[in-house]
Design a protein around this ligand. Structure first.
Ligand SMILES: NC(=O)c1ccc[n+]([C@@H]2O[C@H](COP(=O)([O-])OP(=O)(O)OC[C@H]3O[C@@H](n4cnc5c(N)ncnc54)[C@H](OP(=O)(O)O)[C@@H]3O)[C@@H](O)[C@H]2O)c1
Length: 321
């Protein structure tokens, strides 16, 4: 398995990271179990150093606390990435807003350090640009945290090339995180895509929701699979007709998987890895069996034919939010 780097001077990490969000909210919450989640994270650390992805917003601090529990005594096995800039106004209804003011960023960084139980955050992302605060101000506050030794490197999430360049001129961008999977390919656009910007500027590109929020694994049979409150129960891509249309993408993945004796999840992750050496996907799971499946995707090499067939899969039906 060939390691990848978090930014040009970053630590080498396992090519596949672990997204921890679903351990606190988002998907099939009735099946959440903190003890199992801690075990999943610890198993990921066994394959470390590995990129662990969390955010202060996920479960309003719950997710960082969970990661902190798993990290106890295992700090060296993780590259810890967290984010700030999204406010959970109401946890019960998942009402969110944005606040990336310098004052709030400073406060949130201290709170994240406490919850994670680490001396410094390895990668600190601005979760979303706040339309009411100039990016240069938010990014300037984040750069101060690096100078203060609280943060090692900085990242952005869901930004344009222009926004990434604005930030980079102030302090190096080590990583950009955006949704990328076979059914969300915009980051690969040769003219506007953020993945190309990352490759050109020595940053890593971190695909989030690389499994299409589980859809691309072929595990789901219809919209009825999702309980009330699950993000996917109200998502346009998972609604009746869209669901059926999108299964054509899954069938294309399964054909490639059959050639390799691999799972569909492994094929979609290997497809993201094939987009460049600067790409480190962070599939999310709260189950050890899926973690093992996903980590093994780092060793799956797709052929030109496989990649051609996957690229030819139909575009998604339905918007991503
Ligand atoms: N920056 C942002 O705005 C942003 C937004 C969304 C997500 N993220 C980050 O990206 C991470 C990954 O995205 P995501 O969790 O939203 O979506 P994802 O990784 O595309 O999919 C997660 C779903 O796939 C299922 N799954 C995982 N591995 C599987 C396998 N091998 N076989 C079958 N099913 C499998 C999980 O099930 P189980 O839960 O049952 O294991 C879960 O339902 C998050 O955890 C979070 O850290 C960032």
């Amino acid at each position: 398995m060939i390691a990848r780097r978090v930014g040009p001077t970053g630590l080498a990490v396992h090519p596949v990271g672990l997204g921890c969000m679903g351990m606190s909210w988002g998907y099939a919450e009735s099946r959440r179990d903190d003890s199992v989640s801690v075990e999943v994270i610890r198993r990921a650390l066994d394959a470390g150093p590995i990129l662990l992805d969390t955010a202060d917003a996920y479960g309003a601090g719950h997710n960082e606390t969970l990661v902190g529990r798993a990290l106890a005594g295992r700090r060296a096995d993780a590259v810890v990435a967290t984010k700030t800039g999204i406010v959970v106004d109401d946890l019960a209804t998942r009402t969110l807003s944005r606040n990336a003011s310098p004052e709030r960023i400073r406060r949130c960084a201290d709170a994240s350090l406490r919850r994670l139980g680490v001396e410094a955050i390895d990668l600190y992302y601005l979760h979303r640009v706040d339309p009411d605060v100039p990016l240069a101000e938010s990014w300037g506050a984040l750069a101060e945290l690096v100078r203060a030794g609280k943060v090692r490197r900085l990242g952005l999430s869901e930004v344009t090339r222009e926004q990434a360049s604005t930030a980079h001129a102030i302090h190096p961008v080590a990583a950009v995180q955006s949704e990328l999977s076979l059914w969300t390919r915009e980051p690969l656009d040769p003219e506007t895509g953020i993945s190309g910007w990352c490759a050109a500027h020595g940053a890593c590109f971190v695909p989030f929701a690389p499994l299409g929020r589980g859809f691309l694994t072929g595990r789901y049979t219809g919209p009825g699979d999702f309980e009330a409150g699950d993000f996917r129960a109200g998502n346009p891509r998972f609604a009746d007709e869209a669901f059926a249309a999108n299964l054509r993408i899954v069938r294309a993945v399964e054909r490639v998987a059959a050639r390799h004796g691999a799972t569909a999840a492994q094929v979609v992750l290997a497809w993201t890895l094939a987009q460049g050496d600067h790409v480190i996907p962070i599939p999310g799971t709260k189950q050890t069996r899926y973690l093992a499946d996903n980590l093994a995707a780092g060793a799956l090499l797709l052929t030109e034919r496989d990649l051609g067939d996957l690229d030819a899969a139909p575009a998604a039906t339905g918007s991503r939010y």
